[in-house]
Structure formats: C-alpha cells, structure tokens
Design a protein around this ligand. Structure first.
Ligand code: GAR
Length: 217
C-alpha cells in the first residue's frame, strides 16, 4: 500500500491545526496520502514546529524577500514541491494568494479549506460576517483551488448551527472542530483517486458513501 500513497505537501502560514488533523489521520496504515513535506511562508509559523516534532520534513519560503514578486515566490515553492516529488498540495491556513500560473500547474491536485459555506464569505473574518449577516447556519468548505481566491469545485462542506449567544470566538471554534473532521477525509478521497471533477461539480466515487459527503452537525 505505502508505495501507492500520494506524496502530499501541506502549505501553512500559522498555527497548523488542520495540518495536525491531517497528520493524525495519515498515521493510519491505510491512509492514502503520505505527508512528505510541510511548507510555510513564515519562518515562525507555529505549525512548523509541530510538523518537525512529528518527524515530517519542513521547508520555509519566506514571502518577504520576494517583495511582492508573486511569480518568483510561487516558482520557488513549485521548485521545492517538484524536488520532493509532490503529487498533491493541501493548503491549510496558507494565507498567500497564488498566481494563476501556479494554480494551473496544480489543477485538481491542490485543495484548500475555507471557514465559510462557499460561495458565501470569501476572504477574511468569515465567522464575524456570518454573525453580522444573521446567518442561522455557518460552516466550512474543502474545494479544489482555482485562480480566483476561495473559489473552485467543492469537494465537501461541514455545517454548524449559529446559536443565539454566539460571538466570533465561539462560532470560530465550532467551525474549526468540523474543519478537522472534513479535511482529512477530503484529502483521503482525493489521494485515493475517488474524486472526479466536471466543471464546478465534483463527483465522489466511493461505495462506502451514500451520495453526499456533507457533514451536518
Ligand atoms: C482555518 O480556519 C482555515 O479554514 C482558515 O485559516 C484557519 C487556519 O487554521 N483558512 C482560510 O481562511 C483560507 N481562506 P489552522 O492553521 O489552525 O489550520
């Protein structure tokens, strides 16, 4: 089995709790992704230490010396991914916008998680915006990455209630818990080759699933 595991890189910018959830899942012998690399754009990203403690190879491509030259920054990331024979890229709180050229190279081989029910609330402060808009449900989305920020074919979504007493912190925590459940599962489905894409629609081909992989809490 291990020879067929997809060599996977996780890209982070900070804490890396989604990365940790995927690393934990990937310890199972039958998990179809081998987390071969964790790459951060910030040298002090807390998740780097977590990855190193778990024995995972890490790399840093600090965006600052590139002084806004996004093509060169992305080229350096691509070089490292290629050097490490990476087949699948998982963005987990990676807070840089990638160029269209880079995204095209990884089409349908790069996933992102976003803390909203896309296409609502792209960008930042998604949980506060869900509260401010009076949403009764909120959640998170795992999708294939396309050039437009926080867009692309949706693989799975997790839904949580918005409760009357919620503030940004409580809603963020409720959503994050679900992120940790759906992201390792989505990565596994893609790594196992059970996901196909047609336009913006994703088909999951897994006998164990009964049609939907949305998680409703
Ligand atoms: C997560 O909530 C993730 O959904 C969000 O950043 C957080 C990273 O936390 N990503 C985005 O907003 C991307 N647009 P983590 O570092 O603990 O995984």
């Amino acid at each position: 089995m291990s020879a067929q595991k997809k060599r996977t890189a996780i890209l982070i910018s900070g804490r890396g709790s989604n990365m940790e959830a995927i690393l934990a899942a990937a310890r199972a012998a039958d998990y179809p992704a081998d987390i071969a690399l964790v790459l951060a754009n910030k040298p002090d990203a807390k998740g780097l230490e977590t990855a190193q403690n778990a024995g995972i190879k890490t790399a840093v491509v600090d965006h600052r010396p590139f002084k806004g030259d996004r093509e060169a920054f992305d080229a350096e990331i691509h070089r490292i991914l290629a050097d490490n024979d990476i087949e699948l890229v998982v963005l987990a709180g990676f807070m840089r916008i990638l160029t269209a050229g880079f995204v095209a190279k990884w089409e349908d081989r790069m996933l992102n998680i976003h803390p909203s029910l896309l296409p609502a609330f792209k960008g930042l402060h998604t949980q506060q915006r869900a509260l401010d808009t009076g949403c009764r449900v909120a959640g998170c989305t795992v999708h294939f990455v396309r050039a437009d920020m926080d867009s692309g074919p949706i693989i799975t979504q997790g839904v949580v209630p918005v409760l009357d007493g919620d503030d940004e912190d409580s809603l963020t925590a409720r959503i994050l818990k679900v992120e940790h459940q759906i992201y390792p599962r989505a990565v596994a489905l893609v790594a196992a080759g059970k996901v196909s894409v047609e336009g913006m629609r994703v088909q999951i081909n897994d006998d164990a699933l009964d049609g939907s992989i949305a998680l409703i809490n």
